[in-house]
Design a protein around this ligand. Structure first.
Ligand code: FES
Ligand code: FES
Length: 170
């Protein structure tokens, strides 16, 4: 039997699904309108993924879904039911950094670091897409990732170095 909402009552639609993040499965029951970004940060405590604009213009929230880079603020968490999500927490470890992380460190590819998780997830996407052939190409395909500190030259240098490293993709 379908229960009708009483006059003035607001029913929040719930969604139940499984998120697979960095090779770990999580069962979630959340408001169906929750974004992947908010589910990662607020429900799973994976705060490496950053919220900048929350409207698809800064790239700080970039993660991978099924190996492709996406803006997690523009995707509903429920859309990722059963799909593989990778966040910055799934890339390298403190003791064993990923080659792209090494390259960002070596080339000072950050200042405050707020945009850096998104830059690195986007750089990994760009490398696996084979779009890091020239500095111009890197700039074009990283153009969705904004850096308020203006570390762009160093970010490009880091990605160029990583592009020469065949282990640099995820
Ligand atoms: Fe998603 Fe800015 S927080 S693009
Ligand atoms: Fe500060 Fe990019 S390093 S916003």
């Amino acid at each position: 039997m379908t229960m009708r909402a009483k006059p003035g009552e607001v029913r929040v639609p719930q969604a139940e699904f499984t998120l697979r993040v960095n090779n770990t499965e999580y069962s979630l029951r959340v408001d169906a309108r929750v974004t992947l970004l908010d589910a990662l940060r607020d429900r799973l405590g994976l705060t490496g993924t950053k919220k900048g604009c929350d409207q698809g213009t800064c790239g700080a929230c970039t993660v991978h879904v099924e190996g492709k880079r996406v803006l997690s603020c523009l995707m509903l968490a429920a859309q990722c039911d059963g799909r593989e999500v990778t966040t910055i927490e799934g890339v390298g470890t403190e003791e064993n950094l990923h080659p792209v992380q090494e390259a960002f460190l070596k080339h000072d590819g950050f200042q405050c670091g707020y945009c850096t998780p998104g830059q690195i997830m986007s750089a990994l996407g760009l490398l696996s897409e084979g779009r890091a052939g020239t500095p111009e190409e890197i700039r074009e395909y990283m153009s969705g990732n904004i850096c308020r500190c203006g570390a762009y030259q160093n970010i490009v240098a880091a990605i160029r170095e990583a592009a020469g490293d065949h282990d640099a993709t995820l």
